[in-house]
Design a protein around this ligand. Structure first.
Ligand SMILES: [Zn+2]
Length: 420
């Protein structure tokens, strides 16, 4: 199984210098290739591929860093450039933007691929504490993953530096298959929201931790401080670092929260159903934008998708236009005039008192189970936008779609953590 793993690196002083140099040279190569190509295209409509060798002759300092990093940087620029032109010609489905110049301190990284030598691959974990990287030697790292590194084959390594001056490496590697864990429950459906982050069909709720909202005061204060400093002065850099740390902190808290919950949902359920949210559309609404961005639903759904894939679970996404909150889960009545403020409503057909979010979660689950069972009769959603995620293992569903909320077969967690 091919997977990306992130580890924190603790390079020595000399290694730090070399890493910083390589980051700088990679950026230099990328920006120069881009500038050359851009100029020649704009002035002469020439599609010219510069030679990396000539770069090294012109700027000898480029020979002092791992050449593979530069070659990859060169290739990345070419790919970005070609993607843009292919998308103009309509060759690729996605609309690519014209590649941007790389800025110092913004997503700084370089990549080295492993090559086979007489002593095995040149990128390898040496003794559970050190990773061997060509030209850089043994770099100390922290082993959070607690795994048997001897079975891990590394394809390539991407070394990056954060704005807070920390070093990380992403390893693209081949991992042994994970052990299959029996799920506790057959299925679970959930609705994502802003007040409560996640509402399950069982009525259980994960509160939205709103990390950004909690730190926004300190961020704004630091931003004001930064605007008063003289640009690029010593003090400016100090305040800049402080601001970067605040942002990093929020990012880490959010990541941790999402990993914990997605892990739990995937581990406990065989079938997971959620709604495919129109996040881009929601971000356009200025009142909601910050909260939506703070909750970062799409990252959460992506985490569930890849974890489900690893654990052989089934993850189904319901189309954006499925009216999950407007349908009564008991009789299927559609309440067309339901407003966003109405948290509770009574179904005029069968008289059930409904909690808006819980009702939506049950509808989402039922719709997902219906899709999985292959039944398309009585569909109320937009079938074209359905995206069942292939998780490898197909299980036969024995369970009928859930009707009542009190007897649902699913609980995503017993005690929702409310710490922030
Ligand atoms: Zn009803």
């Amino acid at each position: 199984m091919k997977k990306g793993l992130e580890i924190r690196l603790y390079p020595s002083k000399e290694q730090r210098v070399l890493i910083d140099k390589t980051l700088g040279c990679s950026r230099f190569v990328y920006n120069h290739v881009l500038a050359l190509k851009k100029e020649l295209w704009e002035d002469y409509k020439l599609n010219f591929n510069p030679n990396l060798k000539s770069f090294k002759e012109e700027w000898p300092f480029l020979t002092k860093v791992p050449s593979q990093a530069l070659a990859n940087s060169y290739m990345d620029c070419m790919t970005a450039y070609n993607n843009f032109f292919n998308s103009l010609k309509g060759k690729s489905r996605q609309q690519a933007k014209f590649p941007k110049f790389h800025k110092k301190g913004h997503k700084d990284s370089f990549r080295i691929a492993a090559t086979k030598t007489s002593k095995g691959y040149d990128i390898r974990i040496e003794d559970y504490e050190h990773i061997k990287v060509p030209k850089l030697g043994l770099i100390k790292f922290r082993n959070y993953h607690n795994m048997d590194w001897s079975k891990v084959h590394i394809y390539n390594i991407t070394i990056k530096k954060t704005p807070t001056n920390k070093y990380f490496a992403s390893l693209c590697c081949e991992l042994p298959e994970k052990e299959y864990i029996e799920p506790k429950y057959e299925s679970c459906g959930f609705d994502l929201g802003l007040k409560d982050f996640c509402i399950f069909d069982s009525g259980e709720v994960i509160k939205n931790p709103k990390y950004y909202r909690k730190t926004v005061y300190r961020i704004k204060k630091t931003q004001r401080q930064l605007s008063k400093c003289k640009k690029f002065s010593k003090n400016y850099k100090k305040v800049q670092l402080k601001l970067a740390k605040l942002h990093e902190n929020i990012k880490n808290q959010r990541k941790d929260f999402q990993h914990k919950w997605s892990h739990r949902i995937v581990n406990e359920n065989q079938v997971i159903v959620s709604e495919d949210l129109n996040v881009k559309g929601m971000l356009k609404n200025h009142k909601l934008a910050k909260s939506v961005a703070d909750a970062s639903f799409s990252t959460f759904c992506n985490m569930i998708a890849y974890k489900a894939n690893e654990q052989h679970r089934q993850y189904v996404k319901i189309g954006t236009f499925y009216p999950s909150s407007k349908l009564c889960h008991c009789c299927g009545f559609k309440h067309k005039g339901l407003k966003l403020e109405e948290r509770f409503w009574t179904c005029p057909e069968c008289g059930t008192y409904l909690d808006r979010d819980e009702n939506a979660a049950i509808n989402i689950l039922n719709e997902g189970l219906r899709i999985l069972s292959g039944n398309t009769v009585g569909s109320t959603g937009n079938d074209k936008s359905l995206k069942p995620v292939d998780t490898g293992l197909v299980t036969n569903l024995v369970q009928e779609p859930v009707i009542t909320s009190s007897q649902t077969a699913c609980h995503a967690g017993k005690s929702p953590t409310e710490d922030g």
